[in-house]
Design a protein around this ligand. Structure first.
Ligand SMILES: Cc1cc2nc3c(=O)[nH]c(=O)nc-3n(C[C@H](O)[C@H](O)[C@H](O)COP(=O)(O)OP(=O)(O)OC[C@H]3O[C@@H](n4cnc5c(N)ncnc54)[C@H](O)[C@@H]3O)c2cc1C
Length: 497
C-alpha cells in the first residue's frame, strides 16, 4: 500500500514512461533515461509465451518497473548478446529461441524475475550451467532466468563450508577450494553447472569417499514460485531441504548452495589407463572383480570411447578405440598410487596416463571432449545395475563396439561406500543400493538425418540392459525423452532433417 501511495507513472512526452516516487513534496524519478532505453523506445513489443498458451505482449512502460530494479540485462531477440546467451550445452536445442533472457546478477534480480513471471503467468526455464542433456534449461518463446553471472563463491575455511551462487560451474568451485587443498564432490567436467548437477544428485570423482554432491549440501537459499526467498537446511524448511537433494530443479530457483568441503589434493593419485576396446569384456570382468577388494575411498569409472585427434590426448592413441579405466584416491599420494596400481594391470594398456595429478586437472580432463562452441548433439540414457554380471558386460562390450558415432561413449560408474551409506529416505535421491550406474551417451555432430540412428543405439542397448537393472534412471543422464523426442528434434533441426 505504501508503495502504491507514493508511486505513480508519468510520461515524459517523448514516449518513455518514467516512474516517480512522491516524498517530501518532490517527485523522485525512479527510472532514468539511458541510451539503451532511448534506443528501446522504437523497438517492437516484447512477446513471451504464457502457461495457458497465449502470448503476453509488453511495451516499454510495462517493463519499466522491472528494468528499474534489475542489475542484469533483459535480453531480447534483437539484442546482440541474446544469440550467445540462448546457446546451451546440447546442440540438439540450438534451434530454441526464448522470448527473452533475464540474466540475473543478484538474488534480488532472481526474485524480481520470478515475481514478474508469476504475475504474468509466463513460461519459464531456469538456466544454471546449461548442461541439461534433456534441454530443460532452454525453451521456445518463454522467459529464461539465466543464472550464469550469479557465480560468486565464498569459502569459509573455519566452518569447513563453501557457499556458491546458483549459476556457478564446478570449475569455479574447484578454483576457489583447491587453492586451499579443499574440495566438495562435483562433476567430472568443469563447465557443468553446480545447480542442475547437485539438485539431481551429483556423481563425481569423490563420491565413494564423500558421497554425492547433494549429500554435501548444508543449506540452500531458494526463491520460491511466489518470489519469496527462503532457506532450506536440516533446521529450516527440512522438507524442502530433503527435496532439493536429488529431487531436481522443481522446487524454486536456488540462488546459493552451501556445501561441506573436505581436504583433497591438490595433488591426487589418479589412474587413467587406456586398454584396447577389443579387450573390453575381459578388462571389465577383471575391473568388476577387483572393485569389492579395492580400498573403499577409491572412485573408479570404465569408459569405452574413441580417442579424438586432439592435443589433449597422447598422439600414439589418436583415433583408437579404447576402454579407459579411470580412478581417483583422494588421500595420500604414495599410498594411493600403490592402491590404484591394479587398475593399471587389468590387461595390456595401449597407453597409461596414470600418476600424481592436480585434482583440478582430473576434474577437467574430459572438458575438451564437450566443447561449448561447436557443441555436440547428445542423447543419453541411464540405468542402474545391482551387479555387473557377465551378461551385462557382454551387452556393454557389444554396445561399445557398435557405437554409431565415434563421439559416443558409455560411462560405467561404480557406486561405492560414500553413495550407499546414505539412507534411502534421507534425501530425495532415488537410488542408494545399486553398485553401478551406466550412461549410454550418444553424441554426434551431423545434423543431417542420423539423429534417429544414434538415439536408437542408446535406446536399444538400454532396452537390453533393462531386465538386469534396478528399474531406476539417473535424472542427470537423461536425454530428451522418447515421447517428446521427435517434436524436440524437429524444432531443433527443422528442414535439415
Ligand atoms: C558434458 C557433461 C558432463 C556431465 N558430467 C556429469 C557428472 O560428472 N556427474 C553428474 O552427476 N552429472 C553430469 N552431467 C549431467 C549434469 O549433471 C546435468 O546435465 C545437470 O542438469 C547440469 O546442470 P547445469 O546447471 O549445468 O544445467 P542446466 O541445463 O542449467 O540445468 C539443468 C536443470 O537444473 C535446473 N537448475 C539449474 N540450476 C538451478 C538452480 N540454481 N536452481 C534451480 N534449478 C536449477 C534447470 O532449470 C534445469 O531443469 C554432465 C552433463 C554434461 C553435458
Amino acid at each position: 500500500m505504501e508503495r502504491q501511495k507514493h508511486r505513480e507513472d508519468f510520461g515524459t512526452g517523448n514516449g518513455t514512461t518514467h516512474l516517480k516516487w512522491t516524498c517530501g513534496g518532490y517527485n523522485w524519478p525512479l527510472v532514468r533515461e539511458t541510451a539503451d532505453s532511448h534506443q528501446r523506445r522504437n523497438m517492437a513489443d516484447l512477446k513471451i509465451k504464457t502457461n495457458s498458451g497465449t502470448t503476453a505482449s509488453f511495451q516499454e512502460e510495462d517493463l519499466a518497473e522491472l528494468m528499474m530494479s534489475l542489475r542484469g540485462p533483459l535480453l531480447r531477440p534483437e539484442d546482440a548478446a541474446y544469440e550467445p546467451a540462448r546457446h546451451v550445452y546440447n546442440g540438439m536445442f540450438a534451434g530454441r529461441h526464448p522470448g527473452a533472457i533475464l540474466r540475473a546478477r543478484s538474488t534480488a534480480d532472481v526474485i524480481d524475475a520470478v515475481r514478474f513471471a508469476a504475475n504474468h503467468d509466463l513460461v519459464v526455464a531456469v538456466r544454471g550451467g546449461g548442461h541439461s542433456v534433456a534441454g530443460n534449461s532452454i525453451c521456445d518463446d518463454g522467459l529464461i532466468i539465466d543464472l550464469t553471472e550469479l557465480n560468486g563463491i565464498h569459502l569459509d575455511r573455519k566452518a569447513g563450508t563453501v557457499r556458491v551462487q546458483g549459476g556457478a560451474t564446478w570449475g569455479d568451485v574447484d578454483r576457489e577450494t583447491q587453492a586451499f587443498g579443499l574440495a566438495t564432490p562435483g562433476g567430472v567436467v568443469s563447465t557443468t553447472g553446480i545447480g542442475g548437477l547437485t539438485l539431481n544428485g551429483g556423481i563425481g570423482w569423490l563420491r565413494n569417499k564423500h558421497g554425492l554432491s547433494c549429500d554435501n549440501l548444508v543449506s540452500a537459499e531458494v526463491v520460491t514460485a511466489s518470489g519469496e526467498l527462503i532457506t532450506a537446511s536440516a533446521a529450516e524448511n527440512p522438507d524442502l531441504f530433503w527435496a532439493l537433494r536429488g529431487g531436481g530443479g522443481n522446487f524454486g530457483v536456488v540462488t546459493s548452495f552451501e556445501f561441506k568441503v573436505h581436504p583433497v589434493g591438490p595433488i591426487v593419485p589418479a589412474a587413467l589407463v587406456m586398454y584396447p576396446l577389443a579387450e573390453a569384456a575381459n578388462v571389465l570382468r577383471k575391473w568388476r572383480d577387483w572393485l569389492p577388494d579395492a580400498q573403499e575411498d577409491i572412485t573408479s569409472n570404465a569408459i569405452p570411447f574413441t580417442v579424438p585427434v586432439s592435443e589433449h590426448m597422447p598422439p600414439p592413441v589418436h583415433g583408437q578405440q579404447v576402454l579407459i579405466i579411470a580412478g581417483v584416491y583422494p588421500g595420500d599420494v604414495e599410498e594411493g598410487l600403490r592402491l590404484i596400481q591394479p587398475l593399471r594391470e587389468l590387461g595390456t594398456p595401449l597407453f597409461d596416463m596414470s600418476g600424481p595429478l592436480p585434482f583440478r586437472a582430473m576434474q577437467s580432463s574430459f572438458d575438451f571432449f564437450f566443447p561449448l562452441e561447436n557443441p555436440l548433439i547428445s542423447y543419453w540414457k541411464s540405468i542402474y545395475l545391482n551387479e555387473l554380471g557377465d551378461d551385462a558386460i557382454e551387452i556393454l562390450a557389444e554396445a561399445a563396439n557398435n557405437r554409431t558415432s565415434e563421439l559416443s561413449m558409455i560411462n560405467i560408474v561404480h557406486l561405492g561406500k560414500g553413495v550407499r551409506s546414505v539412507g534411502a529416505k534421507e534425501t530425495a535421491f532415488g537410488e542408494r543400493t545399486a553398485s553401478f550406474m551406466i550412461s549410454l551417451d550418444a553424441n554426434w555432430r551431423d545434423t543431417t538425418g542420423d539423429t534417429a540412428r544414434h538415439a536408437a543405439w542408446a535406446r536399444s542397448y538400454w532396452d537390453r540392459l533393462n531386465p538386469l537393472s534396478t528399474g531406476g534412471v539417473y535424472l542427470n543422464f537423461v536425454g530428451a525423452e522418447d515421447k517428446d523426442a521427435d517434436k524436440l528434434v524437429r524444432s531443433a533441426f527443422g528442414a535439415q532433417l
